[in-house]
Design a protein around this ligand. Structure first.
Ligand code: NAD
Length: 788
């Protein structure tokens, strides 16, 4: 391939090759030079540069040259930024929805006016082609601020009474520097939060230019604070005690560190992490479109895209044809100067990153996997990597299972749609998927079955502010964009503690020392639809507040947890329709009601709450089942209005297996109020009830005769402090709702980082709001572009 300098127009006419069409960098370079004379953070509306601050260079990946210096933020800088954000909160909130909407609108307008400058700065600093920054990054940034100006304006209407978190700490990666900033800052400001944001150390420049835009747009001082620096600066933001919510986009490894660091702190947390997204081509697809889409899926932004379609799954019957076309297309990709408007692939962001990608490819070659790289002359300076395909890579190989984050595709074949789904879901990630088929049944069926937050049918890499984007499994939790993305910036409920409430709390675990023959009457566990003895054979005493022995309950151990998880995975509950689930939950209420007197007596004996309160608790429990039964077929999704031609279906899906640690008080209602909404939304549940466990055990005896499929609800009586962490750490548990005190909450949330399961601390047992259903579901956005 010819470099722009060697270009010869005469030869171009002979070869019909594209000539260079280089965007001018003059304005951007002059801004970089002028802004770099005194590198600074943007804190409290001012440029702030501590005298002793360390610096590092931000480089141009296409040439390797140092563009300008950037400051390494210290924990003192972070502290000043957090204070500025805290100070700005009252002014910002007093501006109300209308005032905030105007500011967001002004930011959108200002970026739009300077879009060329932003696009060139981004391409220079990141190495991505100007075609992408100009046509995708910056327009999406602008759209995000416009959309959220509207969201700010309507907040009282859409989320009445909701409150912002306060000060949000936001940490972003380098692959879409300004776009990731917009995805974080726009919804945060719309909801009335203030922000401390740290851009990635390799790409800080567009965030600093954005700070200037905020000044021009008249944003009050301190609402946005930008502190530059590396992971240490990020860690200082995460650890800062006066940060209310942390929003992170980056690698799963760092996401896990942040999950552990925030465990039990009560800080809001959203994590947008890595991916290894399947790109599935069926034999009935429009193959040429699928191949063209693939170019966009994996070679867009040099493959440095979290949702890159990096795993091509192609139906066996068309495999040779597809591979031939892909290879042919690869040979025509143009790699070179990112500012050339006719370039397909720009520079890799950093030498270190390029070397990591190259090393991963060398290891794959060493394993004997067929590697296809077209003979492209790469520029001599800067950091480059050619488009690469590893054909028929074994699913367990590193290259097929780990995120490469470079222009590297792996391919494999499948025979049936079922096999395609299996291979697609054979990944710890669940960020996105593309499905190519002209058959609507195949496309939609597979879209529903693939485990991914975003699914594109006959398309790829479509994004919009009105539609949430985010992952399942180890791709993290939370969404950016859409209603759910906005709500992530509204304060969560105040968590319930194990002993809240107006009935007296019951005591902890007392091991049974009884040699009484009544041991035979020990209440059993409820696993897989059956009453079963605990694995260890141990039990504990359930006593009245005065110490009278009321009965014995089984004491679960880690083996019982594993058995319950297996049973929940075998359950048919999640595949039943909302209507069928509603019928079962109504039937449970029907069967519970006639047992009201016995249960009320038991509750009174265990808690000493008095007959009236105990009766009320049973009534509330019956009402809980009917309430959530009523919702089972009504928590439906939405169709988003995006600027694309087509439909975006936001589908509510259950997480899968949910662990529940019930409160200590209200031994019956505590179980029903948390398990029923999770069941209504189609999750299977494993619940650890209050140690006043006899009412929960009775409830399960009633459930046993109420048509609930085996494994849909499992009850593990015992010590939550002992088995809770086992449940929280189990890789096949997808969600955890826990009522726990601070030390236990910290432990549960820290061990949940193993598979990045979503953890939530419910508010009150009386909460029957839609929020409960939202917390039991994740949104999958299925994009269906169409046209004839
Ligand atoms: P990274 O995790 O190395 O860094 C991301 C950010 O976190 C940077 O700003 C970095 O300075 C900071 N950081 C590093 N260590 C930290 C710590 N201990 N505490 C706090 N902050 C810390 O990721 P990256 O290499 O910049 O980005 C690539 C990754 O981002 C890929 O895995 C990609 O899939 C992911 N990503 C995900 C999405 C999404 O929406 N899901 C979008 C873009 C990128």
């Amino acid at each position: 391939m010819m470099s722009p300098d060697e270009h010869n127009p005469g030869e171009s006419l002979e070869t019909l090759d594209w000539g260079p069409a280089v965007e001018s960098a003059e304005e951007a370079r002059s801004w970089i030079e002028q802004s770099g004379t005194q590198p600074a953070h943007f804190i409290g509306g001012e440029w702030s540069a501590p005298a002793a601050a360390k610096r590092f260079s931000s480089r141009c990946p296409a040439t390797g040259e140092a563009l300008r210096d950037v400051l390494q933020g210290s924990s003192e800088d972070v502290d000043r930024a957090v204070q500025a954000a805290r100070t700005a909160l009252p002014t910002w909130q007093a501006m109300g929805p209308d005032g905030r909407a105007r500011c967001l609108y002004a930011i959108a307008r200002n970026i739009q006016k300077e879009s060329r400058l932003f696009a060139v700065v981004e391409s220079l600093d990141n190495g991505k082609p100007i075609r992408e920054t100009r046509d995708l990054d910056i327009p999406l940034v602008v759209r995000h601020f416009y959309h959220h100006a509207g969201a700010a304006q309507l907040l009282d209407e859409t989320d009445p009474g909701a409150e912002p978190w306060g000060v949000c700490g936001q940490i972003i990666p380098w692959n879409f520097p300004l776009l990731m900033l917009a995805w974080k800052i726009a919804p945060a400001l719309a909801c009335g939060n203030t922000v401390v944001l740290k851009p990635a150390e390799w790409t800080s420049l567009s965030a600093l230019l954005f700070a200037e835009t905020c000044q021009k747009a008249g944003l009050p001082d301190g609402v946005i604070n930008i502190v530059t620096g590396d992971g240490e600066t990020g860690a200082a933001i995460v650890a800062h005690p006066d940060i209310d919510k942390v929003a992170f986009t980056g690698s799963t490894e760092v996401g896990r560190i942040i999950r552990e660091a925030t465990a039990g702190s009560g800080k809001g947390l959203t994590l947008e992490l890595g991916g290894k997204s399947p790109y599935i081509i069926f034999e009935d697809s429009d193959i040429d479109s699928a191949v063209e889409g693939l170019v966009d899926a994996i070679w867009f932004n040099q493959g440095q895209v979290c949702c890159a379609g990096s795993r091509m799954l192609v139906q066996e019957s068309i495999s040779d044809e597809v591979h031939r076309k892909v290879e042919e297309r690869m040979s025509r990709l143009r790699v070179g100067n990112p500012l050339d408007k006719a370039i397909d692939i720009g520079a890799m962001v950093e030498e270190k990153h390029r070397d990591q990608v190259a090393a991963m490819c060398e290891r794959a070659k060493g394993e004997g996997i067929t590697c296809i790289q077209p003979p492209i002359d790469l520029p001599k300076q800067g950091y480059w990597f050619p488009p690469t395909l590893f054909r028929d890579a074994p699913l367990s190989s590193e290259i097929a299972s780990q995120e490469v984050f470079g222009p590297v595709l792996v391919s494999t074949t499948f025979r049936t749609p079922q096999e395609a789904v299996k291979i697609a879901n054979h990944s710890r990630y669940g960020l996105a998927a593309s499905i190519w088929s002209q058959d609507i049944d195949t496309a939609l069926d597979v879209a529903r079955k693939v485990e991914a937050g975003t699914v594109w049918v006959n398309g790829t890499n479509m994004f919009d502010a009105s539609s949430g984007f985010g992952g399942m499994k180890e791709s993290g939790f939370g969404r950016e964009g859409g209603r759910e993305g906005l709500r992530a910036y509204l304060r969560d409920v105040k968590p319930m503690t194990p002993t809240d409430g107006d009935t007296s709390a019951t005591g902890g675990i007392v091991n049974s020392t009884s040699t009484d023959p009544a041991l035979d009457r020990t209440a059993k566990l409820y696993i897989g639809g059956k009453q079963v003895r605990p694995d260890g054979g141990y039990c504990f005493e359930v006593q009245s507040p005065s110490g009278e022995l009321l009965g014995l309950a089984a004491r679960s151990n880690r083996k019982d947890v594993r058995n319950a998880v297996e049973a929940s995975h075998r359950s048919k509950w999640g595949s039943m329709t909302g209507h069928a689930r509603a019928q079962v939950l109504w039937f449970i209420a029907e069967n519970l009601e006639p047992r009201s007197d016995d249960l009320a007596q038991l509750i009174d004996q265990m808690t000493g709450c008095g007959a009236a309160k105990a009766r009320e608790e049973v009534q509330q429990s019956v009402a809980g089942w009917t309430w959530w039964a009523s919702w089972a077929d009504k928590h439906d999704g939405a169709v988003h209005d995006t600027p694309w031609r087509g439909l975006v279906l936001a589908v509510h899906e259950p997480f899968g297996t949910a662990g529940v640690i019930c409160p200590q008080q209200n031994p019956l209602l505590g179980l029903v109020a948390l398990c029923a909404p999770l069941l209504a939304t189609g999750n299977s549940v494993i619940a650890i009830p209050s140690t006043a466990a006899l009412a929960a055990v009775e409830m399960c005896r009633i459930i046993e005769h109420s048509d609930l499929p085996a494994g849909a609800l499992n009850l593990l009586t015992g010590d939550a402090a002992e088995i809770g962490p086992v449940l929280a750490g189990h890789d096949d548990v997808d969600l955890l709702w826990h009522v726990s005190d601070e030390p236990l909450a910290r432990e549960l949330e820290a061990v949940s980082a193993g598979n990045m399961k979503v953890c939530w601390r419910p508010g009150e047992l009386s909460d029957r709001s839609r929020r409960m259903l939202d917390r039991g579901t994740q949104v999958k956005n299925i994009w269906l572009p169409h046209g004839i």
